[in-house]
Design a protein around this ligand. Structure first.
Ligand code: SAM
Ligand code: SF4
Length: 370
């Protein structure tokens, strides 16, 4: 079992991002940052009373930007989860953070309060790329934030990078990778920029103001990332994720990719426990209003049937280095043989694993297997 707390606040909305998040101007009446931790604690207590008690193996504070809240509030919500459900011994507790939303003192409060892992949204080391992404932090701030996190005692530190931003050259991407590697992270996530419908960035692409790179350029950047990260001792364990060793892999995401149960807290949070999936109302004010009135924030729910569950497992597990269990895709025998013949997968008795070539075409491989 694992928990995910969605904190829907950001100082500025990045044009490319479609996460359920709000700046102070967008938030409106009925929800405040000051009361958000109390609201989350109310949801934790309410949910714990309805769920079968199971120790929580991992907790992930995700965004938005959790570190927009005072560190003490994050610790308070973590305590509430521990009191209500019990954290398993050695539980992994992560928070995402923007480099410009942390200070030495807030990092120390988080570490002393039980956080074991921090993931910084770095995205790029190159000012013009950061500007296209609407990122507000000064790239000089990243090494400083990493140093503070280490000094506070975080021995699990991850960096998020984005490649394929319009105007980013191969040399720019190389510079971002080199800066990331020089900071000696335990873990790196590198995502190709996705144009999400309905975002300001998607409108710019549609109007032709920015041009997205073609697939060959994106593939070249993926290969460069894999080469640089691997030479720095970080091995891939999921398509977009590299870790120093097994102990540095994100256990929270691995549980998700392996379709374990998860429990989401916060506006728009999704949960999945014992084949039932449900999701909360999206707006923070509606979410807070329901909990203040003693009502559940759940908006809707569905039962996941076996066929859908299987399909999702194939989609997620194919992207893992450990591969998808062969038994899950055995019915696609001729497709598997064809993928193997084209050098996209290695088919073993227990697992089907993407080759490097297959990783470049992972979406197509998954489409063929589902
Ligand atoms: C919730 S954000 C991380 C925390 C923090 N708010 C930040 O941005 O630094 C999670 C990560 O999702 C990735 N992300 C968000 N939108 C994306 C998009 N359209 N394409 C690719 N990656 C995206 C970014 O790398 C980001 O670091
Ligand atoms: S990428 Fe992060 S900082 Fe930017 S809007 Fe999305 S959640 Fe907020």
């Amino acid at each position: 079992m694992y928990d995910r707390w969605c904190v829907p606040f950001c100082s500025v909305r990045c044009g490319y991002c479609d996460f359920n998040t709000y700046t102070a101007d967008e938030l409106g009446e009925g929800a405040t940052r000051a009361s958000f931790a109390d609201t989350a604690v109310a949801e934790v207590r309410r949910m714990a009373a309805t769920l079968e008690s199971r120790a929580v193996e991992t907790v992930f504070f995700g965004g938005g930007t959790p570190t927009q809240l005072p560190a003490q509030d994050l610790v308070r919500v973590l305590r509430a989860i521990d009191d209500a459900m019990g954290l398993a011994p050695g539980a992994e507790v992560t928070t995402e953070a923007n480099p410009d939303s942390v200070e030495p003192s807030s990092l120390q409060t988080l570490r002393d309060g039980g956080f074991t892992r921090i993931s910084f949204g770095v995205q790029s080391a190159v000012p013009h790329v950061l500007a296209t992404l609407d990122r507000t932090h000064d790239p000089e701030r990243v090494p400083q934030a990493v140093r503070w996190a280490r000094e506070a005692g975080f021995d699990q530190l991850s960096l998020d990078l984005i490649y394929g931003t319009p105007g980013e050259s191969l040399a720019d991407w190389e510079r971002s990778l080199d800066q990331a590697v020089a900071l000696e992270p335990d873990h790196v996530s590198a995502y190709a920029l996705i144009v999400e419908d309905g975002t300001a960035f998607a409108r710019k692409v549609r109007r032709g103001e920015v041009i997205m790179p073609d697939d060959d350029e994106t593939a070249e950047k993926y290969l460069l990332a894999d080469e640089r990260l691997t030479s720095a001792g970080l091995g891939w364990y999921e398509l977009s994720n590299w870790a120093r060793d097994e102990s540095a892999q994100c256990r929270h995401n691995l549980l998700y990719w392996r379709s374990d149960d998860w429990w989401g807290i916060g506006p728009g949070a999704h949960s999945h426990v014992a084949g039932r999936r449900w999701w909360n109302v999206k707006h923070p004010a509606a979410y807070a209003g329901r909990l203040a009135a003693g009502r559940s924030p759940e908006l809707d729910a569905e039962l996941v049937d076996d066929a859908t569950g299987l399909l999702e497992q194939v989609m997620l597990r194919t992207r893992l280095r450990e591969g998808v269990p062969t038994s899950l895709v055995a019915s696609r025998g001729s497709v598997l043989a064809d993928l193997a013949r084209r050098g996209l997968v290695d088919v073993g008795p227990d697992r089907v694993v993407l080759t490097l070539e297959g990783r470049l075409l992972a979406d197509a491989v998954v489409r063929d297997l589902t």
